[in-house]
Design a protein around this ligand. Structure first.
Ligand SMILES: Nc1ncnc2c1ncn2[C@@H]1O[C@H](COP(=O)(O)OP(=O)(O)OP(=O)(O)O)[C@@H](O)[C@H]1O
Ligand SMILES: [Mg+2]
Length: 380
């Protein structure tokens, strides 16, 4: 019986010497089973339908009726969901781009070890994506100035510190709070620079801002009036693309419930609602919770974080829980000196002062959002 962990491979290659080379490399190992080598690109899809390989290897320079690049595209669009490893030569370099159907690239000459390893990585990557590992967390409050941007930024960094691939989106499209916080120049690209038709992974690399704290940030447009150019549909497309590339996406939102903000919240897996011990904030939070309930957000989608939780202003914890109809999930203490200074320097306080109580509180929230008990790192 075949070993269930054997990788079943189909190859599209029309240069006899290259197919022989691949056969030779594979003949001395048992992890990869070569199903067939096809020299005619037009036969590959049918064979893939019948043989159901785990991976298809395609020579970029495949000639004939269907050439290499066309075959890559056809396989991607076939709905078969089989990853492709592209074989090329140094004179024809090509970048890995899973959104274009290029799950890995092997450049000749390569060893048997590299060949087998590449298939293993590609499959592991597919499995991780298929597991739907990505969580989108929208940080929201119907009240301005409660700490949404501060919490979203530090939460994203705390998640990334757990070795999780994390993106932060500045959903505060009009004012672009993160651009100001991080002092990013106005000519750095924004969500506006993503093409609106087919967005590919490679487009995204050019648009994301890499923060030294280890997160990728999709900035808001540099000018207030430009926010109007982003539609709810653009938001939906952007998030669905980012979901394929990141394990966690944190979204900073504005206090206004516009169509675009609602789209961010609809698309999110978790709406992290920020509240403070302030009667108007609590009132607005309850009002908006009723709206979320009416539009059908399940209770488990909502999480509550009390910011500046040690500044109760005469309102008791129980009173807040009664008003919200549940106990808040997280509390983050106030630390005027550290938070304001870190914000002014564009630094996450979880990095600047990891042992401060406010940083520990944010880390606890990051761990819980990832579904891990406090103090237990996600991966080693
Ligand atoms: N836990 C905290 N301790 C001390 N200061 C805080 C804390 N959280 C936020 N702040 C401060 O509160 C102010 C408002 O924070 P922030 O800009 O993050 O709020 P926001 O909700 O994003 O505001 P807006 O509605 O304008 O987008 C900032 O000066 C920030 O430094
Ligand atoms: Mg803000």
């Amino acid at each position: 019986m075949a070993n269930p962990s054997t990788i079943r491979l189909l190859v599209a290659e029309d240069v006899p010497q290259v197919s022989q080379h691949v056969r030779n490399l594979l003949s001395v190992q048992s992890q990869v089973k070569l199903l067939e080598v096809l020299s005619d690109g037009s036969k590959v899809l049918e064979a893939a339908h019948q043989l159901r390989p785990d991976v298809v290897m395609i020579d970029l320079l495949l000639q004939g009726k269907i050439k290499g690049p066309q075959l890559i595209e056809k396989l991607r669009d076939s709905g078969l969901d089989i990853p492709a490893v592209i074989l090329t030569v140094p004179q024809h370099p090509i970048a890995r781009d899973p959104s274009r159907g290029i799950d890995a690239v092997l450049t000749l000459p390569f060893s048997g070890f590299e060949l087998v390893n590449t298939f293993g990585h590609v499959l592991a990557d597919r499995q991780a994506r298929a597991a739907g590992a990505c969580r989108v967390v929208a940080v929201f409050s119907p009240k301005g100035g409660v700490g949404k941007t501060t919490v979203a930024f530090n939460l994203a960094v705390a998640v990334a510190q757990l070795n999780v691939k994390t993106a932060l989106i500045d959903g505060s499209l009009q004012y672009g709070d993160l651009r100001a916080l991080l002092k990013v120049p106005s000519d750095v690209p924004s969500i506006l620079d993503l093409p609106t038709d087919r967005v590919h992974e490679s487009d995204l690399h050019e648009v994301m801002w890499r923060d030294p704290a280890g997160i990728d940030i999709l900035l808001a447009p540099p000018r207030v009036e430009m926010a109007e150019m982003i539609s709810a549909r653009d938001v939906e497309k952007t998030i669905s693309l980012l979901r394929r590339l990141y394990e966690v996406i944190v979204v900073d939102t504005p206090a206004t419930l516009s169509e675009v903000t609602l789209q961010f919240l609809d698309t999110a897996d978790v709406v992290l609602s920020l509240v403070t011990y302030d009667s108007t904030t609590i009132h607005n939070t309850i009002a908006v919770a009723e709206v979320f309930n009416a539009i059908g957000y399940p209770p488990e989608k909502m999480m509550y974080l009390v910011n500046r939780a040690d500044s109760s202003g005469g309102i008791g914890r129980d009173e807040l829980a009664r008003a919200l109809g549940r106990r808040p999930d997280f509390e983050v203490v106030s630390d005027g000196r550290l938070v304001v200074q870190a914000n002014n320097e564009g630094m996450p306080f979880v990095v600047a002062s990891p042992d401060a109580a406010v940083s520990r509180d944010i880390r606890r929230a990051a761990q819980a959002i990832l579904g891990h008990p406090a103090g237990v790192p996600v991966r080693h």
